[in-house]
Design a protein around this ligand. Structure first.
Ligand code: 2AM
Ligand code: CA
Length: 265
């Protein structure tokens, strides 16, 4: 196992502690025989509790850092250059429906650059983490993106927009192209885990539009440190900021990007 910085150890500890809470609450969701409203409220409370636990643990260890929280919004720290970008429960719809595929995502941003990332899938006890320049790990194994070179042999993950989300037509056009040229498309419902699976070489690539920084901040570093290539879907802007993300191994980035943009093959 690589040398882990004290800050990364803090992140791993916070993720594991919060993961235990989420798993306990997930067990309750599976048992709940209450109304839909009751279940929604219970899941919102679990989400909030998870975020508060992460906030407390990280604040205790690094009192000067700022935060960008999915639920709580932005909080500037005394150290204006360092902040945590946090999604306490990515895959909320899965959690609500009793589908055991959700995660915690924590990124450390310094001077606008992601320096460390942790994604934890607590039901599977899979802890993905990366530090800039150090590599990506799953539990204590080093990860590497897949080696497939041809779109025809590759499996891609995506997110399907749903009620209230924009750009359904654009997604359908992209899907139609990818399904006609690839070995298959998967839609699991946690953007953070989709990126972690690209890092693990399970998916050869992933694309999704209209995400938020907390969905992808940790995952972008986790893919890059596993040897993958992450960009905005359309141009050279920072995908953490645009929320339109394309992540693949190095070989597939150009042909798959061109395919999505309607240029190829
Ligand atoms: P969530 O579970 O934290 O809401 C599913 O396609 C992915 O999209 C999940 O990672 C989900 O995160 C995210 N998502 C759902 N609603 C979103 C929104 N309004 N803005 C950005 N991301 C969203
Ligand atoms: Ca999310």
């Amino acid at each position: 196992m690589a040398y882990l910085s004290p800050t990364l150890n803090v992140m791993l500890g916070a993720a594991k502690k919060t993961g235990r809470l989420l798993v306990r609450d997930f067990g309750e969701v599976e048992q709940l025989q209450v109304s839909m409203k009751g279940t929604n409220d219970f899941v919102s409370a679990a989400d909030t509790k998870a975020e508060q636990t992460l906030y407390r643990e990280l604040k205790k260890a690094r009192p000067d850092f700022g935060f960008l929280l999915e639920e709580g919004g932005a909080e500037e720290g005394r150290d204006k250059d360092s902040r945590w970008i946090i999604d306490p429960l990515d895959g909320t719809t899965n959690f609500l429906h009793g589908i055991p595929h959700f995660s915690i995502s924590i990124a450390l941003e310094r001077m606008g650059e992601i320096m460390a990332g942790v994604i934890y899938h607590p039901v599977a006890d899979e802890l993905y983490y990366a530090e800039k320049g150090i590599g990506t790990y799953l539990n204590d194994h080093r990860l590497r993106v897949s080696a497939r070179r041809r779109v025809e042999e590759s499996v891609f993950a995506t997110g399907i927009p749903f009620l209230g989300r924009p750009a359904h037509d654009r997604f359908l056009a992209e899907l139609q192209t990818v399904m006609a040229h690839s070995a298959g498309v998967r839609r699991m419902g946690s953007a953070a885990l989709d990126l972690a699976y690209v890092a693990a070489g399970r998916y050869d690539g992933y694309w999704e539009r209209n995400l938020s920084p907390w969905d992808v901040a940790a995952g972008v570093l986790i893919v890059r440190e596993a040897g993958g290539y992450v960009s905005d879907m359309d141009d050279g802007r920072n995908p953490v900021l645009t929320g339109n993300i394309l992540a693949t191994n190095d070989y597939l980035h150009k042909p798959f990007g061109e395919l999505l943009r309607g240029i190829g093959p």
